[in-house]
Write a protein that binds this ligand. Sequence first.
Ligand code: FPP
Length: 248
Amino acid sequence: MTTWKDKIDLDRLPKHIAIIMDGNGRWAKQRGKLRTFGHSHGVKAVRETAEAAAEIGIRFLTLYAFSTENWNRPQSEVNALMKLLVKTIHRETKTLHDNDIRLLAIGDLDSLPDVTYRELNDAIKETSDHKRMSMILALSYSSRWEITQAARKIALAVNENKLDPNTIDQKLFESYLITRNFPDPELLIRTSGEYRISNYLLWQIAYSELYFTPKLWPDFRKEDLYEAIVDFQKRERRFGKTSEQVIR
Ligand code: FPP
């Protein structure tokens, strides 16, 4: 039986895949359970996706684990998610070592509870030598927060005469974003059948291919990632040019 993995052209892989992991709450509700049950089962999908991506040679995987807006969820759910993050990062560090994956994080990390911040930082340090793939957790992240803080830093630099406003162009602006060390994602995946971007990597996805699947996040498996990559490879990326101008 041919699998989605067999259909992937390994010479035309996206370097960076970003994912909006959605549908944990609905997955739990379908089973008559609390939303947090869905988040716990989402961890398996995170492990499978990270392994699947590393296995074929994806270099960057960015996962939307907690948005700035998620702080407005019921306190009990926020606490459960923070606890789950600590437990998962602790437990899954071995998976990261086994697969030569480096852990990184983007977001307003100072707003995380101390214990979450510490666990995250430990795992980031412990995996810093891994080279196969970078797994970037977007935590307490939102794009408008990121862009605003970049604008604030640029304004400060201008104010302190360290930056000439005439030199501000896209490249300079990008160097103030927290994603400055990563290439833009070529592919953005959202699960659970919702067609929204939800304040995620707005600057970086200017030319990304968008892929939506009805699968709820806890059901997402390796073959689902591979199917999304095959779909991506069928598309023609024109970056504003005409079809004829695009060299294939
Ligand atoms: C969205 O589902 C999911 C989240 C807000 C949290 C994602 C967290 C995990 C998958 C657990 C651990 C992750 C890592 C990276 C260690 P939702 O709650 O919005 O679902 P709904 O739309 O069905 O309500």
